[in-house]
Design a protein around this ligand. Sequence first.
Ligand code: GLU
Length: 386
Amino acid sequence: MSITVPTQQLRRDIITKVRRAVVKLGSYVLTTPSWKLDRKVFVDITRSIAHLAQSRGIQSVIVTSGAVATGMGKLGFKERPRALAQEQAAAAVGQIGLMALYERLFARHGMNVGQMLLTHGDLRDRKRFLTIRDAMESLLELGVVPIINENDSVVVDEIKFGDNDYLSSLVTNVAQADLLIILTDIDGVYDKDPHAAPDARLIQLIQDVDTRIEQLAGAAHSTISRGGMASKIKAAKTAALFGVPTIIANGKQPGILLDIFSAKQVGTLILPKENKLTSRKHWIAFTLKPQGIIQVDAGAEAAMVGKGRSLLPSGIVGVKGTFGPGEAVSCCTSSGHEFARGITAYSSEDIEKIKGLKTSQIQNVLGRCPCPEVIHRDDLVILKDL
Ligand code: GLU
C-alpha cells in the first residue's frame, strides 16, 4: 500500500511524544498452552518497560490478564469454569502467582510494582475515580509500575467491567496516559480472518474506527480471554475519544515493546480523535453505565445536539427505568435512538412529574427546584460527536 511512508512518519510523530503508556497484556500472551505463566514473555516485557523508564523516562501502567487462566492451570481445571464461584477461585489463586512474577522480574531492574484491583463500582463513583487517579499518579511519581487487573475474585455481574480491553481503555483516563498498547497473540488487525484466509493482510493504520472496521474485527471469542478483536477495537475507539492512540500488536514477539517505541511498523496503529473529550466527559460517556432513559422531543434533541444546550423539563416526553439524581442516563428520541448520555439532576420519579413543564413550574410541582436543568450541558455528552 502506498501509505507506508506517511504511516511511518505518523508513527514517529506519535511515538516520540509519548510519556506515559498503558500496556494491556492478554491471557494468551502471558500463559502457555497448558496455562502456566509464560516466563519468557514476562522477562521480555518487564525488561523492556524498565529500559524505557530508565533510558527514556517513559512511564508504563500495566493492565494484566492471566489470573483466571493461570489459576485454572494450578487448580487442574481443563476449561474455563462455568460457575462464577469457581472462576473467582481460579482468579484468587492465579492473581498471586501473576504478581509474584512481575515483582520478582521488575526487582531485577531495581523497580517496584504496585497492585490495583478494580471493579466497575470503584470507577463509576466520581470521588473514588479521582482518588484512584491520585493514587496512580503517586505510584508513577515514585517510579513504581502500577499493575491493574479487574478484581475478579469478588466481582459480581452488576459491577463487572467484563473484559480487560475495556478496562485498559478506561485506565488511559485514570492514568492520563498518551498511548494505549494492547498486546495479544496475533500481529494486529487483519483485513480478513487470518486463521481462515491465507492472503489476509495486516492493516497498519486505522484512521477512524467505523462500522466497516468494527465488522472486520467480528465478534471472535475464545475460551480463556474474555474479549476478541472486537473488544480491542472497541477499546481503541474509546481511547481515541480521549485523544489517545492505540497500537494492537503481538505480545509473543520478543522485543515488541522496544519495536513499538522505536516507531517500527509493527501491529496496527489506531489514530486518536482530534476533538477529544475532557476526562470528566469521557468518564460520563464510557465509565458510567446508564441506569435509565429520558425520551426527548425533536426540539430538545436539536437544541442539545446542534447548539450544545442543557436538557430542560419542557423537552422531555418520557422516562424509563428507576434512577436517582446524580446517576447516568441515556437520552433518546421518541423512536428510541440514543443520541446523548449525561448525569441527571432529578430522579426518574421527579422527571415523571415535571416532564413537558416549564422550568418555572418545577417549584410548584415538586415543592423545590434544585436546578433549572434536568441535565446540565457540562454533564452531557453528545454521542454523534464521537
Ligand atoms: N481479568 C481476567 C484475568 O485476569 C481477564 C479478563 C480478560 O481476559 O479480558 O484472568
